[in-house]
Design a binder for this molecule. Structure first.
Ligand SMILES: Cc1cc2nc3c(=O)[nH]c(=O)nc-3n(C[C@H](O)[C@H](O)[C@H](O)COP(=O)(O)OP(=O)(O)OC[C@H]3O[C@@H](n4cnc5c(N)ncnc54)[C@H](O)[C@@H]3O)c2cc1C
Length: 416
């Protein structure tokens, strides 16, 4: 079924009886060409691009819960490509270009909204660092402009410009950044993959890998053994636990990250704003809620819930940046388990076992990467060679010393 305004209109006239389930609910077959472990954004987009771009359609996505139950449905929906280092810049810009055509591509309303991302600066040295980043972005063909206080005041008059400790001095803007509706992204990719023959199998947890003489030949699951020519793992915050089933220890830690939403307000925030004197980022949903977040909770965990000290810390960041947020009532908060790598950058790579592939380590930033991650992972699986834009996202980075340390914080996952 193709979605269109006309279809919505006609269905409205006929009692909305013509809508069909968006994907099938098949039983697993005994064998596939490719089995993808993890039905989050990255698993679903990988399946979609494998089928659409590389013609590999005998594919299953195995998800232990329901599609979108992980971080793809828990994030703060920010998309951007404002990166400094060449190893990241081209990859995230590929993702941004894919976001720009995504809804037409998979014929689903993912509510991609390019309302801009502005990173605030509060000192001369921070302005210089942002000028450097903006220049690096422009050299790589990515849009960026540096706003001074006067320009910023016109866009966001509500910021605490005169804050005694951290006055707002200006911001680095990427106009093409913004937000997308996170679960609609999962549903759009799921629908596109399913319609090309991919089996999306929910409530199917992978409990082990079949590895014979250095070759992966399939997986053990709660719904039986499934054979595969290639097995591709992308389980986000569960990466270290799942890859341990294949005997691998990864340079990854798991942490919880919380997000928050307020009651609906009239439109006030023009895009995404990030605080430069602490860790706080905020945007406004189409329903009017202020959606915001901040730092990780700071300890290793696999729990999808956080603790109150971080709630206080995040809200303090919000109050310092825009005191009027103190008048908004908080409706909900939730947590997701983050896969933090040692340099803050991800991995899309083959492993030491033939036929076993790995995608993970996305830290805070994996939602915006969803399209490019799926595309590049599909490229690696189908052609057995890395896509040029993901060529530095190798698993041996920490052994070879070729770190991709965007924020310059060293091997401290909790700080990235
Ligand atoms: C609170 C929060 C806010 C965030 N905000 C942003 C943001 O604004 N912008 C941004 O770019 N990124 C953001 N992120 C990060 C982003 O959400 C993640 O990096 C990204 O979603 C991870 O990839 P995924 O979608 O594939 O993960 P997931 O959706 O978590 O998918 C992994 C799936 O694997 C499944 N799985 C695990 N183990 C098994 C198993 N053994 N067998 C089968 N299936 C298994 C899980 O159930 C899960 O569904 C945020 C994350 C959180 C938690």
């Amino acid at each position: 079924m193709r979605y269109s305004g006309m279809k919505v209109f006609l269905e409205g006239l006929t009692g909305n009886r013509g809508w069909k389930p968006v994907w099938r609910d098949p039983d697993p077959k005994q064998e596939y060409d490719v089995v993808i472990v993890g039905g989050g954004g990255h698993g679903l987009s990988t399946a979609y691009y494998l089928a659409k771009e590389f013609g590999v359609r005998n594919v299953a996505v195995l998800e232990k819960g329901w599609l979108g139950s992980g971080n793809i449905g828990r994030n703060t929906t920010i998309i951007r490509s404002n990166y400094l280092l060449p190893g990241n810049q081209h990859f995230y810009e590929l993702s941004m270009k894919l976001w720009e055509g995504l809804e037409q591509d998979f014929n689903y309303n993912a509510m991609v909204s390019q309302r801009s991302v502005i990173n605030l600066y509060h000192s001369d040295s921070q302005r210089d660092a942002y000028a450097r980043r903006g220049n690096a972005m422009r050299l790589a063909g990515v849009d960026a402009d540096l706003l001074d206080r006067k320009q910023l005041r016109r866009i966001c008059p509500f910021l605490d410009f005169e804050n005694a400790r951290f006055p707002v001095r200006g911001g680095l803007r990427q106009k093409r950044g913004g937000t997308a509706r996170h679960d609609a992204v999962a549903w759009g990719y799921a629908r596109g993959a399913d319609s090309r023959g991919v089996d999306l199998i929910q409530n199917c947890e992978v409990t082990g890998f079949r590895i014979d003489a250095g070759l992966c030949t399939g997986v053990a699951t709660t719904r039986g053994v499934i054979s595969a020519k290639k097995v591709a793992v992308c389980v986000a915050g569960s990466s270290s636990r799942v890859m341990a089933l294949a005997g691998m220890r990864l340079p990854i830690e798991s942490h919880v990250l919380q997000a928050f939403v307020t009651e609906g307000l009239k439109p006030v925030i023009p895009g995404v704003l990030t605080y430069g004197a602490g860790h706080f980022y905020v945007s406004q949903s189409d329903k009017g809620g202020l959606v915001f977040g901040g730092d990780l909770d700071g300890y290793n965990t696999y729990a999808q819930r956080g603790n109150l000290p971080t709630v206080e810390n995040v809200c303090e960041g919000g109050m310092a940046m825009m005191p009027m947020i103190g008048r908004a009532r908080l409706l909900r908060s939730w947590g997701g388990v983050m896969d933090m790598s040692m340099d803050g950058s991800p991995f899309i790579d083959k492993t030491g076992v033939d036929g076993l592939y790995f995608n993970g380590g996305w830290c805070y930033g994996g939602f915006k990467a969803t399209p490019a991650s799926g595309y590049c992972y599909a490229h690696l699986i189908a052609r057995d060679e890395p896509h040029p834009t993901a060529a530095q996202m190798r698993l041996d980075r920490s052994i070879s010393g070729r770190m991709l340390d965007e924020t310059g914080r060293g091997p401290q996952p909790n700080l990235h």
